[in-house]
Design a protein around this ligand. Structure first.
Ligand SMILES: NC(=O)c1ccc[n+]([C@@H]2O[C@H](COP(=O)([O-])OP(=O)(O)OC[C@H]3O[C@@H](n4cnc5c(N)ncnc54)[C@H](OP(=O)(O)O)[C@@H]3O)[C@@H](O)[C@H]2O)c1
Length: 277
């Protein structure tokens, strides 16, 4: 079986290009799901304080018998903790809940531009990075205007920008800005929570390769250079989503899928989302 490639982040840290997402996995189901994903071969887990399942993610990694260093773990700062000292305390809680002494990647979950912003928050993440307790720091749901502000007002270029992206929301502007500044793009909801799987173009390409629509969509992300972490609580689907490294889409197929873009989100708009728990 072909192995999962890694992407080198702008500080030299390597991240597996395919991981496992845990949004909407209930805490009571998380340990079983993450253990199953690790058994399938996933070595990159994406969680967040907002998902309420960091504790169970940590338990699963410990119970798997894998060394901590074999699994790349990302978590995110919840909305409501953007003030500098709140962010530092929230990071301590995340580490405590996971039961780890370091995190591989820590992200600001949402920019919240309308309710105080993110610059002092980013300075807190820079301190965390400086302490060595996060191997890399980044942002999530940042539009180019938010990234520009960070680049102008702070020192550290984010290692990643995690944004919603899939064939119906190709995010060309954000991806181009990320690439220009050596920020890796992570694509959340890579199969649009299932919505793109009924698309006739994707189905036709999948039939041609004797693959499933989910595999073709994830393969499209991999070939464009996105980091992805599809979520599933179903072991067969975890396996299906993992086996995408032994076929290639042609340039024409890649372009056909990219042309499906209609700037349609399954999640909130980062410019206006201001939800605080
Ligand atoms: N930073 C952010 O703001 C943000 C926001 C959203 C998500 N994320 C991250 O991105 C990850 C992935 O996004 P997501 O969970 O929203 O959506 P997704 O991975 O695009 O889709 C997940 C949905 O598709 C189903 N599914 C998975 N594999 C499938 C397959 N092979 N065939 C058919 N259906 C399949 C799952 O159902 P079953 O579980 O029943 O299989 C689930 O309902 C999240 O888990 C989270 O880690 C980040």
């Amino acid at each position: 079986m072909a192995s999962v490639p890694t992407i080198r982040l702008n500080n030299g840290v390597e991240i597996p290009q395919l991981g496992f997402g845990t949004y909407q996995i209930k805490p009571a189901e998380t340990k079983v799901a993450v253990l199953a994903a690790l058994d399938v071969g996933y070595r990159h887990i994406d969680t967040a304080e907002m998902y309420g399942n960091e504790k169970q993610v940590g338990e699963a990694i410990r119970e798997s018998g894998l060394d901590r260093g074999e699994v790349f773990v990302t978590s995110k700062l919840n909305n409501g903790f953007h003030a500098h000292d709140d962010a530092l305390k929230a990071f301590d809680r995340t580490l405590e809940d996971l039961g780890f002494d370091y995190l591989d990647l820590f992200l600001i979950h949402w920019p919240l531009p309308a309710v105080g912003g993110f610059v002092e928050t980013w300075r807190a993440l820079e301190e965390i990075y400086g302490s060595g307790r996060a191997r890399a720091i980044g942002v999530s749901n940042f539009q180019t205007s938010h990234l520009r502000r960070l680049l102008e007002e702070t020192e550290t270029v984010p290692a990643v920008n995690q944004v919603e992206a899939h064939p119906y929301l190709t995010q060309d502007e954000v991806r181009a800005f990320d690439a220009e500044h050596d920020i890796a793009t992570e694509a959340w909801s890579p199969i649009a929570q299932g919505k793109v799987l009924h698309d006739p173009t994707i189905i036709r390409i999948a039939e041609r390769h004797s693959r499933t629509p989910a595999q073709v969509t994830l393969r499209w992300h991999i070939q464009r250079g996105d980091i992805v972490f599809p979520k599933s609580v179903n072991v067969e689907r975890m396996e299906e989503n993992f086996h995408i490294f032994d076929f290639d889409l042609s340039e024409e197929e890649m372009n056909e899928i990219s042309a499906l873009n209609r700037d349609e989100r399954v999640g909130p708009d980062p410019d206006t989302f201001n939800w605080i728990p």
